[in-house]
Design a protein. Structure first.
Length: 278
């Protein structure tokens, strides 16, 4: 649904690669576990994710940080823990997790103005809701964690990438809080990931770049937990309506993609985050 923003500029080389998942550009058949289908503009089959990378601690000042890359879409996610909570949570013993989202001016072919648009507000509310769905706020104490998601380059799927990277940044921030002894139990209760799906030319496709998102007849954003429960499903028909079988096929396609993303998140988090110097 990020159809206003086209990819901008030349490709940037990724110098720090922790984990990657993506298609073999020379392949003519799908990888194991993928059902295949016609080849797409970027060489993928319909149920294939774009090259996906997570880099933890891309920056070192925030309590948690992750640079997430889906193809040409890149989002820097940072998590910052502050003492105190919104007024309506004071003296409850509960914490809060919120999110902010923005597209940097050079993230698209057309310069993005430095302001919070209605679209930005909608997306940051989605990110915050999603993160809170896997957080036990009682275990956080009266602290507020802000997850900032800054889009460095946009080529579709910025909100879903923000959720995937934001989860890792939040996880590392809370792990450090636990290691410091300030809390006694990790507040996160499950993994969290999201992906876009859509119908283009009558075909259901996973993880849409801008060129497909802008042409989609139907597009969805799906957010799920690692245990397979749904957090949010956003979907719309851009023209003609769609039927129940198409809805089911899109949700199933998203679930399969999210399961693969969660596997990568688990692998990325296999080692605890490095200790911060004081």
């Amino acid at each position: 649904m990020d159809r206003r923003h086209r990819p901008g500029g030349r490709r940037h080389r990724v110098h720090h690669l922790l984990l990657g998942l993506g298609p073999d550009k020379n392949a003519t058949r799908p990888a194991d576990g993928q059902t295949g289908g016609p080849v797409r503009p970027d060489g993928r089959v319909n149920d294939e994710l774009r090259p996906l990378r997570f880099e933890r601690d891309f920056t070192e000042m925030a309590d948690g940080a992750c640079l997430v890359t889906f193809g040409r879409t890149r989002v820097l996610c940072t998590a910052s823990i502050g003492e105190g909570v919104p007024r309506w949570l004071k003296n409850t013993g509960r914490g809060w997790v919120t999110a902010e989202y923005s597209m940097l001016p050079g993230s698209s072919n057309e310069r993005i103005r430095r302001r919070v648009s209605g679209r930005d507000q909608e997306i940051q509310r989605l990110i915050g809701r999603s993160l809170r769905a896997v957080a036990d706020l009682d275990l956080l104490g009266e602290r507020e964690v802000t997850v900032d998601c800054d889009v460095l380059q946009a080529d579709g799927g910025t909100r879903t990438a923000s959720i995937c990277g934001g989860y890792l940044a939040l996880h590392d921030a809370l792990t450090r809080l636990l290691s410091s002894g300030e809390i006694t139990q990790h507040p996160l209760t499950d993994e969290l990931a999201a992906i876009s799906v859509g119908i283009i030319g009558g075909e259901a496709r996973l993880d849409l770049p801008y060129i497909e998102d802008s042409a989609a007849e139907v597009d969805f954003n799906v957010v799920m937990t690692g245990s397979g429960n749904f957090v949010e499903v956003q979907g719309t028909a851009e023209g003609a309506s769609f039927d129940r079988s198409q809805l089911d096929s899109l949700v199933d396609l998203a679930a399969g993609g999210i399961a693969r993303i969660v596997e990568m998140q688990r692998a990325a988090l296999a080692e605890p985050p490095a200790q911060r110097s004081t």
